[in-house]
Design a protein around this ligand. Structure first.
Ligand code: GLU
Length: 292
């Protein structure tokens, strides 16, 4: 039997907080218990938000937590070719289209449709409005004119076509121990609409980068926060379309503040480094996140 492969995949756009500590510790504990491998992946594909100082601080916090991981770490910003190859395969299947709309144009299209229909515009599981179909329905000659004019564009998945091709989708969700057969969860990627796969100025958007990396790194067990539970539907869809293997999933509970809100990277007081500076030990952190 080949070893299980776990990964902790932080985005270096802020310091780690207790929620990240839980994720990293769970991954490392599970890898150790199963005799598996532990990887760290720096999800810096969005170079407008990623900062090298955050990456340094994250790796320093992980070392302090005693998390042992394989080196070198994979940095998404160094693998644009891998994402382009996956996008090319989806282009070859006729499942993607260019999206030219600006944020303001998207907001305006949605607002006028809400006024026309008297109905609220549908939203995805993260509460963001679904992408309107204007770009998908653009005439071929209009697209060619926009391209010839050098208008920047993103790439989006034609969700209806993609689902039609992929058929029924589900994923295996495991509990804290990863024991037993897990639970089969039906995947509903349609709830996300025509997701972005590559941005106007970034080689890949989150959904595409994460499935390509998990496949290329041979990740067998995705252990991450419950905030990404519903996004798994899009990941299973892309894995199926791209012929990638299916990992097992465990979406762990989120750590919340005293008001029941998810912790924020922007609040320094909630950061691991602030707790370290205040004298917390690794055992304290484990207790605070409910491990041990
Ligand atoms: N980079 C994502 C985050 O920091 C996690 C992605 C994943 O685990 O799939 O929230």
């Amino acid at each position: 039997m080949t070893a299980s492969v776990f990964r902790f995949a932080p985005s270096p756009n802020g310091p780690l907080h207790l929620g990240h500590a839980l994720s990293a510790l769970l991954n490392a504990d599970m890898a150790a218990q199963s005799g598996g491998r532990m990887l760290v992946r720096i999800e810096d594909v969005d170079i407008t938000r990623a900062r090298p100082e955050h990456e340094r601080a994250i790796l320093d916090d992980l070392d302090w937590l005693g998390i042992v991981y394989e080196r070198p770490v994979r940095r998404q910003s160094e693998h644009a070719d891998d994402y382009a190859a996956a996008l090319d395969r989806l282009k070859g299947l006729g499942l993607v289209y260019r999206s030219f709309l600006s944020r303001a144009e998207i907001a305006e299209a949605i607002r006028s449709e809400e006024v026309r229909s008297g109905e609220p515009w549908p939203r995805d599981p993260d509460c963001a409005p679904l992408y309107p179909s204007i770009d998908r329905d653009r005439l071929v000659q209009d697209v060619a004119a926009c391209v010839a004019a050098g208008q920047p564009h993103a790439w989006r998945l034609d969700m209806a076509k993609a689902i039609h091709l992929a058929g029924y989708l589900s994923w295996q969700e495991f509990g804290d121990s990863l024991d037993g057969p897990g639970m089969m969860v039906p995947a509903d990627p349609a709830a996300w609409g025509d997701v972005m796969l590559a941005g106007k100025f970034t080689p890949a958007a989150y959904h595409l980068a994460v499935v390509v990396d998990d496949a290329l790194q041979g990740v067998t067990d995705v252990v991450r926060g419950h905030d990404l539970y519903f996004a798994t539907a899009v990941h299973r869809l892309l894995q199926t379309l791209l012929g990638f293997p299916e990992p097992r999933y465990h979406h762990h509970r989120l750590i919340v503040d005293a008001d029941g809100r998810k912790l924020s990277k922007s609040k320094k007081s909630e950061g691991l480094s602030a707790l370290r500076a205040a004298g917390a030990t690794v055992a304290d952190i484990r207790r605070m996140v409910g491990l041990d």
